[in-house]
Design a protein around this ligand. Structure first.
Ligand code: RI2
Length: 321
């Protein structure tokens, strides 16, 4: 699906139904959607214009509740607009901010992949879970350097994003084996390193990623296999800095089973889980490889203590996310 052909509302619908997915991608798409909206809805009345944009932002935030990237993309794109003197200035800022955010987001993955490949040993057997563009980019970079012996990729039920991962790797000639999620422990004895992405990193270093990640981290810990997370710094959550917990998205039960075929059966379908920082060996960000406990530093580096302690940040729109 080409982003340019979609309306802002269609982009939000795509994020909601997961035809647009992946934490980084939904951040970029939300940024682009609010830009498209601001261009289409241009209004010389500055106050009314800002209100309309804010309403769209609210709608965008509701599409998927867990990945902080949605919030980060929107916040970075709208940064400074409340200070802008005219509607024209607001639009110019949005366009400039959005282009910068999307560009930096893509560049971050390139930098992470360089560092990630450096950490991957020769003849490496890697395990990955779900489909993370940052983790896949690191594996591909290491493959270019002739370092990958095998990648075990989990299916990642219920949505099976593992299919995307195995295709992306196989297309580039990376040796890859698909396994069902429950086969992770069986294969861990062969693995040199687990490499996954993240949807959100809490300020204590906990990693919120696709459901099942924490089980894999636990198994890796048991086997003393390094568990490495690839995450751009805009995935670090200032909300958790203020004590808000990350909301775990519960998706439709039909993703798990057809309810009509199982009358009387309840279904639980949380799509993310939290891996405690104790099980995370390192987080590869575009500003360097950090221990999970340095997450706080990243949040402060990203927003500054002054902004983090401002009432706007603490009591404003953050609360409803
Ligand atoms: P990148 C995905 O979420 C997966 O949980 C994946 O690990 C994470 O986003 C990060 O992906 P979903 O949209 O940002 O499939 O590294 O629910 O691409």
């Amino acid at each position: 699906m080409s982003r340019k052909e979609l309306s802002p509302e269609e982009i939000l619908e795509g994020i909601r139904d997961m035809t647009i997915r992946g934490a980084a991608e939904i951040g970029r798409q939300a940024s682009f959607a609010v830009r498209l909206f601001a261009e289409r809805e241009f209004d010389n009345d500055r106050k009314r214009y800002l209100e309309k944009i804010d309403e769209f932002r609210e709608q965008a935030l509701k599409t998927r509740p867990t990945a902080i990237t949605l919030w980060s993309g929107l916040t970075k794109t709208l940064s400074g607009t409340d200070q802008a003197k005219s509607s024209k200035e607001i639009l110019e800022l949005i366009v400039e901010n959005s282009e910068r955010f999307i560009d930096l987001s893509k560049k971050s993955i390139d930098i992470i992949s360089e560092m990630g490949a450096r950490r991957i040993p020769h003849d490496a057997i890697i395990m990955t879970h779900c489909n993370s563009s940052a983790a896949v980019a690191s594996i591909l970079k290491a493959h270019e350097q002739g370092k990958i012996e095998m990648v075990y990729a989990t299916e990642s039920r219920p949505k099976r994003q593992g299919y995307i991962t195995v295709r992306q790797l196989a297309e580039k000639g990376v040796p890859v084996t698909m396994i069902v999620d429950s086969a992770a422990r069986h294969h861990m004895k062969l693995v040199d390193m687990v490499l996954v992405g993240a949807d959100t990193i809490a300020s204590n270093g906990a990693v919120i990623n696709k459901i099942g990640t924490s089980q894999i981290a636990l198994i890796a810990h048991e086997r003393r296999v390094p568990f490495i997370v690839c995450a751009e710094t805009y995935k670090f959550s200032p909300q958790t800095f203020h004590g808000h917990t990350v909301k775990i998205e519960e998706r439709d039960h039909s993703e798990v089973i057809d309810p009509k075929k199982f009358p009387g059966v309840k279904v639980s379908n949380p799509v993310f889980d939290a891996t405690p920082p104790e099980y995370v060996d390192a987080i590869i960000t575009e500003v360097g490889i950090i221990p999970p406990f340095a997450a706080y530093e990243i949040v402060v580096h990203n927003f500054g203590l002054e902004m983090l302690s401002s009432e706007h940040m603490k009591e404003g729109f953050l609360n409803d996310f």
